[in-house]
Design a protein around this ligand. Structure first.
Ligand code: TYM
Length: 329
């Protein structure tokens, strides 16, 4: 049996090249090696208010994007988190073994909570639900970008605590980061991670941005006061542009140095824009084809749910047995 993978994306905001290079691009590549389950985690999205009509639309958009980047629904399961009640059910059981102190020290909680007037309990419980997503399927590998590392470490802590209290139940998941592109920074501010929720006209390149918009955003990217690329002294903005190029092009460090050393920033930006546009074009084309096939996305999501539900139910049953909850019928 192949080892299992789980990973997910929130259907909030527009999917950007950071999400693609940090996560989705790698999901596509591991589909033969692992039994993959990829989630559209809508229950996570509602930890901050989402307009209901917009959320519904984003879920379908994201499913179509998963397919457009190359997730193959024959080999991998694409699921919507809220369509499988076991995610929320397991989250509650795990909540009961998780000390609050573990949750209040999470960096994403601290930064998201600081930006809210009233902090919903869901924001605090967010990583427990994420642990439930992973442990529900006994996933061995979780391919994510760098910003999720702390959450997966917490997942391991929760699993370990549960196993200690109730006996060996959960598999310990491992984080898998991409070698290049684990942390793509904002084009407007290379000190901050590119994020779906950060506003700004040239903060992020969305996967569905038209070519002229992509070019404009990249040409406006923040660099530094030097004129040309110097690999011995790279500022964060230039380093980020080079990382974006390298992750899309899949070039080696040697190729990057040979090609870009001494290149003027305006030419660098032009070449990065050309590369991003060329790589996104087939994804965008496929995306529009998928959206024009009525019923296809729904069928894929139903098939995904049907395929993973027995795995989820088996875990819930095991956890109930371990905890002494009712399993009489
Ligand atoms: P989300 O929706 O914020 O991001 C989806 C994936 O994209 C990665 N990512 C990035 N990678 C590189 N550079 C960036 N600037 C960048 N921004 C985002 C994220 O690391 C992630 O892999 N909590 C998760 C969703 C989730 C999940 C899970 C992930 C819920 N349950 C279980 C793995 C396993 C999140 O908010 O991802």
């Amino acid at each position: 049996m192949k080892p299992r993978v789980f990973s997910g994306v929130q259907p909030s905001g527009d999917l950007h090249i950071g999400n693609y290079l940090g996560a989705l691009k790698h999901w596509v590549k591991i589909q033969d090696e692992y039994e993959c389950i990829f989630g559209i985690v809508d229950l996570h999205a509602i930890t901050v208010y989402q307009d209901p009509a917009q959320l519904r639309n984003k879920i379908e958009e994201l499913a179509a994007l998963f397919l457009a980047v190359g997730i193959d629904p024959q080999r991998s399961s694409i699921i919507v988190q809220s369509s499988i009640p076991a995610h929320a059910e397991l989250a509650w059981m795990l909540t009961c073994v998780t000390p609050v102190g573990w949750l209040t020290r999470m960096t994403q909680y601290k930064s998201k909570a600081a930006a809210q007037e009233t902090v919903g309990d869901g924001l605090l419980q967010y990583p427990v639900l994420m642990a439930a997503d992973i442990l529900l399927y006994q996933a061995q590998v979780v391919p994510v970008g760098d910003d999720q590392v702390q959450h997966i470490e917490l997942t391991r802590d929760i699993a370990q605590r549960f196993n200690h209290l109730y006996g060996e139940t959960f598999v310990m998941p491992e984080t898998r980061l991409p070698v290049v592109g684990a942390r793509i920074m904002g084009l407007d501010n290379p000190e901050a991670k590119m994020s779906k929720s950060t506003p700004g006209s040239h903060h992020a390149v969305a996967l569905l941005d038209p070519p002229d918009v992509i070019r404009q955003k990249i040409m406006r990217a923040t660099t530094d006061s030097k004129p040309a690329v110097d690999f011995d002294d790279l500022g964060p903005g230039v380093r980020n542009l080079l990382t974006i190029f390298q992750a899309f092009a899949e070039w080696s460090d040697e190729q990057m140095r040979a090609h870009f050393t001494g290149m003027r920033y305006s030419e660098l930006k032009k070449q990065v824009a050309d590369m991003v546009i060329a790589c996104l074009e087939p994804i965008q084309k496929r995306y529009h084809e998928i959206r024009n096939e009525p019923g296809y996305v729904t069928q894929v999501l139903r098939q995904g749910a049907e395929r993973v539900t027995p795995i989820a139910n088996a875990t819930i049953r095991l956890v109930k047995e371990r905890m002494g909850l009712y399993t009489g019928f």
